[in-house]
Design a protein around this ligand. Structure first.
Ligand SMILES: [Mn+2]
Length: 334
């Protein structure tokens, strides 16, 4: 009998996936279906994606986490995944673009997050199926006092992930199966074997997401475009991360804050240098100077600290001007 084996949210938990596939005794002719959310939060998203891409008879339904990558919506978890996947990131995201929003065969329906009862899968909104933020909002408005699956009356069983149901899956009437048992949070990874509708779980080896959050803090911080943030943006990003529990990341942010303060403390010296150079050079020389715009402002009496601060609105602009005027520029933390 050809089986369909549906796996709940994996989130990069590759070792647990292998253990679970062994436990269900996966055979070559079994159809392997993921409810989506292969990546983000766990330690090995590349291996998980690789397994599903390389194995024949495999289907991955689009999860809201894949969709975030496809749409370039970056929170911390997506920034980590981008670093974990490295050079293969762009190609992996191209593959994610091809994922279907649902799977259905004679025995079962699979969606990542939800479906509206009474509407064919092909007519459902992608946002509802994959559980995007707007889809979730719409569902809450439609079912304010309960869940969509409380209204699901079709005979064909429906399987989904997305909402962590606890260590155990949620099963209603033998037809409704919620399989996200929080593998990336140190709980369980769960499979449903169809048509027998048997449940199999393995315990996660660790609270992977808590570990990843700490481990990747500094690498993620270092990839941010600090030179191109405006000063308020820079302060905001530093504030956002400085409540971090990671001492190395906190130390690095303190050094970054110091660097930004050092750069801004150059403003008076930059104004003075611009006036001095403007006085020394001929109009022709001013025109060819890399800081020409500022030098003409100085010559015309229109350059003071306020107008300079307005123009040096980012570290990069400040650094470029300082370099052009021959001032020593403080180095950012490495
Ligand atoms: Mn998920």
């Amino acid at each position: 009998m050809r089986r369909t084996i549906v796996i709940g949210d994996i989130h990069g938990c590759f070792d647990e996936l292998l253990e679970l596939l062994e436990k269900v005794d996966l055979r070559a002719d079994d159809l392997l279906v993921s409810v989506g959310d292969l990546v983000d939060r766990g330690p090995a998203p590349g291996d998980v994606v690789g397994l599903f891409r390389e194995r024949p008879n495999s289907v991955v339904v689009m999860g809201n986490h894949e969709r975030k990558h496809v749409r370039g919506i970056f929170s911390y978890a997506q920034e980590i995944t981008r670093l974990q996947l490295g050079e293969s990131y762009a190609e992996t995201v191209d593959w994610m673009r091809t994922l279907p929003y649902y799977f259905e065969n004679e025995h079962v329906r699979v969606v990542h997050a939800a479906m509206l009862p009474g509407i064919a899968l092909a007519d459902q909104k992608e946002e509802i199926l994959c559980g995007s933020t707007s889809g979730e909002r719409e569902l809450t408005a439609l079912f304010p006092d309960g869940y969509w699956h409380g209204h699901y009356t079709d005979a064909k069983p429906v399987v989904f992930g997305h909402h962590v149901t606890g260590r155990e899956p949620m099963i209603r009437d033998g037809r409704i199966f919620g399989l996200d048992t929080g593998a990336c949070h140190g709980w369980n990874l769960t499979a449903l074997c169809v048509p027998g509708f048997t449940i199999h779980s393995v315990e996660a080896q660790a609270d992977h997401w808590s570990i990843a959050k700490r481990q990747w803090q500094l690498p993620v911080l270092k990839t941010k475009p600090w030179r191109d943030f405006t000063w308020p943006e820079l302060a905001q990003e530093i504030a956002r991360f400085s409540s971090s529990s990671d001492a190395a990341a906190r130390g690095w942010l303190e050094a970054l804050e110091e660097w930004a303060a050092d750069l801004r403390s150059l403003f008076p010296a930059l104004v003075a240098a611009a006036h001095r150079v403007a006085d020394e050079l001929t109009t022709d020389q001013l025109r060819r100077h890399p800081a020409a715009k500022f030098l003409f402002q100085a010559r015309n009496g229109r350059l003071d600290q306020t107008s300079l601060a307005r123009q040096c609105s980012t570290p990069r602009r400040t650094i470029d001007l300082a370099a052009a005027l021959g001032l020593i520029v403080p180095e950012p933390p490495g």
